[in-house]
Design a protein around this ligand. Structure first.
Ligand code: SF4
Length: 327
């Protein structure tokens, strides 16, 4: 099969809110690099968002456009990457139903995140769809014969399950689907303004879409080394999130900030003010690019990408149905 021979990279994000600089230096920077070298498919995973957000469809709808704007701001280029909407790609759900016939229930029940997430978010998220989440993730990839998938270490168990399901299918019906391999994204976690990992749920993010004043206000309220109380107290930059954030946008000044913090020559107010200036300068071109797109353009990008994605996806479904002797 012609489609089986091609190498494709597939990734996706659930539209659960605006993206922050942790997403930018992690996934989005990698996406922009990948689009220069590979055939890439980036999914707006809105159906996945329903697994935990089914009570609030309007939020998922609103977040969708905001998220795509963040992708475009970061440099994702729709002429190089296929940006598509999961809910408008019915081939994914067709494949999901077909594969669900051969996936033992115990394989899904043993996925570590299944129990962890129920413990964290409550029993009401334990739906049929939530149990099948890793299978739907595989279908997102397999329907494009995606052979490479950027993942963090916490997603490796899902990918291993995906590979196991593909092997089972190919063993039962002949070689049809591609076993996806991980592109491990081992970038350091970006600290939020409270020192914990940057995350929307901790309300400690600096968002791509923030304006410059909002960025400045967030940085001004960031925690620092708690032992550095007065301006000339010596500080310990390695435990300070402000210092960690300087690495992202002010790298050449890091050695001198480290030295001056330790000696007490630098005060936290000045240090934060410099971070706000450099952070805003770093994000300014992205924010300007973000502001240059209107909603009609976003709709057109998604419609065009989804149409292109479905051409590949429908060819895969034909291959799968042929292998299963349905056609
Ligand atoms: S001077 Fe800068 S690096 Fe040192 S503790 Fe204050 S904010 Fe952090």
């Amino acid at each position: 099969m012609e489609t089986l021979q091609r190498t494709r990279v597939m990734s996706g994000v659930r539209p659960t809110g605006r993206l922050h600089i942790g997403h930018l230096v992690g996934a989005l920077t990698q996406w922009v690099e990948l689009q220069a070298t590979s055939e890439v498919y980036f999914e707006i995973a809105d159906v996945h968002a329903f697994t935990t957000g089914f009570e609030n469809p309007q939020a998922i709808r609103d977040n969708r456009d905001e998220m795509v704007l963040d992708w475009l701001a970061a440099g994702v280029d729709p002429s190089r990457a296929t940006l598509f909407l999961q809910s408008s790609t019915p081939e994914i759900f067709e494949l999901h139903t077909l594969l669900s016939m051969i996936v033992p229930l115990s394989w899904l029940q043993r996925v570590p995140t299944f129990k962890d997430q129920i413990d964290a978010l409550g029993p009401e998220i334990a739906t049929y769809g939530f149990l099948g989440y890793p299978l739907l993730q595989l279908c997102d990839i397999a329907v494009f014969h995606g052979s490479k998938v950027p993942v963090g270490r916490d997603q490796l168990s899902h990918l291993e399950l995906a590979r196991e399901i593909v092997r089972r299918f190919n063993h039962l019906y002949g070689p049809t689907l591609v076993e996806p391999e991980a592109i491990l994204s081992d970038f350091p976690a970006v600290p939020g303004t409270d020192g914990r990992k940057m995350s929307k749920s901790y309300h400690n993010t600096i968002d791509i879409a923030d304006d410059e004043q909002a960025t400045r206000t967030k940085i001004r309220s960031a925690v620092t080394d708690p032992k550095k109380i007065r301006r000339h107290d010596p500080g310990e930059p390695e435990i300070c999130p402000v210092f960690a954030l300087h690495h992202l946008c002010n790298a050449e000044r890091v050695p001198s900030i480290r030295e001056n913090c330790r000696s007490g020559a630098l005060g936290c107010v000045d240090c934060k003010s410099e971070l706000a200036d450099t952070m805003n300068a770093w994000l300014r071109p992205l924010r300007e690019r973000r502001a240059s797109f209107d909603r009609a353009t976003i709709d057109a990008i998604i419609a065009d990408g989804t149409e292109r994605a479905r051409v590949i996806a429908s060819a895969t479904i034909r291959d799968v149905k042929r292998a299963m002797k349905m056609i």
